[in-house]
Design a binder for this molecule. Structure first.
Ligand code: CTP
Length: 406
């Protein structure tokens, strides 16, 4: 299912300290995605790590030199390799190799291959010292590469390699993010059915305060929302992700906004509704809120015997009423009479799809890693998916939505 599966990749390594992360990335590519990876190392990359570890993880000879074998007709093998590869990824990409590409210099195996490959096939992950990264020459080169449609995985801001460097921009993103981008580029090459589409997805629970310390909420983890958002981004959509409080990282490739209460989520969603092509309300928006939240902390001695409650606004219902051309998709949490109750919600909220889950079923909904859902369309046709990981569930959901749209 993953666009990375079985792909032929050339992994270019230039000489930066972040190269240690590339060894583990290579192992994931060959081991988990059965990719055929050829590693190419520059001279300075070899000063940071020997080729042996990359040879072991790729199961192939590592290219370290332009003219390594007498049998080689100069450069031809490298050119064939690039022409047959699905992707050439330089991770990490130093200021030096970025400068060479933008100046069109080919003076070793990697820089030669980078000139042979089309920019659309090339992914560059700049990682370096923050002063180097912010240097105007490097910034100019990066801009030129962006303009020429090279795919850049932007570095992160955080703790840099050495204590002297401290905090700043230039850090190579973690493995999950690197894999996300490689997969995104490969699925873009394949097909991007959501390219140019604006998709808004909500996820996670909301919290409704009792006082400044306590709140009413539910056990939603936000995993389903993240999985739907990342899948939509891989399919080419511009994704806005609005999430209640969770411990998860933001979904890759999306613009994420954090909210706490149902009222904040409503404001955030409505502010963006008009420009959306599709909205998926995967958030477990809390239905009830304390009528009069207290400031500070209610002392034990003054805890009231009763807590007065109000309903929160039903965001999806408001979206259904204001709907123009948007495709509107809701989730439904039901523990009995699931299908009929969900069809009632589909109708009353003016939805195109409703995705039903029963949190009491084994492996269903809320905090776990799996989900078992039934999708119901506006003609009340239903399709049940088996118990799957939330990522696989998200892929199936998008497949169904796209198949119906076409
Ligand atoms: N929803 C919403 N705003 C709310 C409550 C729910 O937008 N205040 C959305 C959820 O994100 C979900 C859908 O409505 O997509 C259905 O939520 P669910 O809790 O199953 O149903 P409710 O409409 O809240 O009805 P009930 O709790 O009575 O089943």
């Amino acid at each position: 299912m993953s666009a990375l599966k079985g792909k032929s990749i050339v992994l270019g390594l230039s000489g930066g300290i972040a190269i240690y992360k590339s060894a583990s990335l290579l192992r994931r590519l060959t081991h988990d995605y059965a990719c055929d990876v050829t590693v190419v190392m520059t001279k300075s990359a070899q000063a940071f790590m020997t080729s042996l570890i990359f040879e072991t993880f790729s199961g192939k000879e590592v290219i370290t030199d332009m003219f390594e074998s007498e049998k080689d007709i100069v450069g031809t093998r490298h050119i064939d390799l690039i022409q047959n590869a699905d992707l050439l990824a330089v991770i990490p990409a130093t200021a030096n190799i970025l400068g060479k590409i933008s100046a069109g210099i080919a003076d070793d195996a990697l820089s030669t291959m980078l000139l042979v490959a089309k920019p659309e096939k090339i992914v560059l992950a700049p990682a370096m010292n923050k002063n180097m990264y912010t240097n105007p020459h490097v910034q100019r080169n990066l801009q030129q590469l962006r303009d020429l449609h090279y795919y850049l995985i932007e570095p992160e801001t955080g703790d840099l390699a050495t204590t002297q460097e401290g905090w700043g921009i230039g850090r190579l993103p973690d493995e999950k993010t690197l894999l996300f981008h490689l997969e995104k580029v490969l699925s873009t090459q394949k097909k991007t059915p959501l390219k140019g589409k604006h998709v808004l997805i909500t996820g996670g629970p909301t919290r409704e305060p009792i006082d400044d310390i306590r709140f009413i909420s539910n056990p939603s983890s936000g995993k389903m929302g993240v999985a739907l958002a990342e899948t939509a981004a891989k399919l080419g959509a511009e994704v806005s992700y609005i999430t209640g409080p969770t411990t998860l990282s933001n979904p890759d490739g999306c613009t994420t906004q954090h909210v706490v209460t149902a009222a904040e989520m409503k404001t955030a969603v409505l502010a963006q509704y008009d420009k959306q092509d599709m909205v998926i309300m995967a958030a477990a928006v809390e239905d009830i809120k304390p009528r009069a939240p207290q400031t500070g902390k209610i002392k034990k001695s003054t805890i009231p015997e009763q807590l007065l409650l109000d309903k929160t606004d039903d965001i999806l219902h408001i979206l259904g009423k204001q709907k123009k051309d948007q495709i509107l998709i809701g989730f439904s949490v039901e523990i009995e009479n699931e299908i009929q109750n969900s069809i009632d919600k589909l109708t009353s909220k003016n939805l195109d799809w409703i995705i039903v889950n029963n949190p009491q079923q084994e492996g269903g909904a809320f905090a776990g890693d799996t989900n078992q859902v039934t999708m119901i369309d506006k003609h009340h046709e239903s399709t049940s998916l088996p118990r799957l990981s939330k990522e696989q569930t998200a892929e199936h959901i998008w497949q169904y939505i796209l198949a119906t749209k076409e």
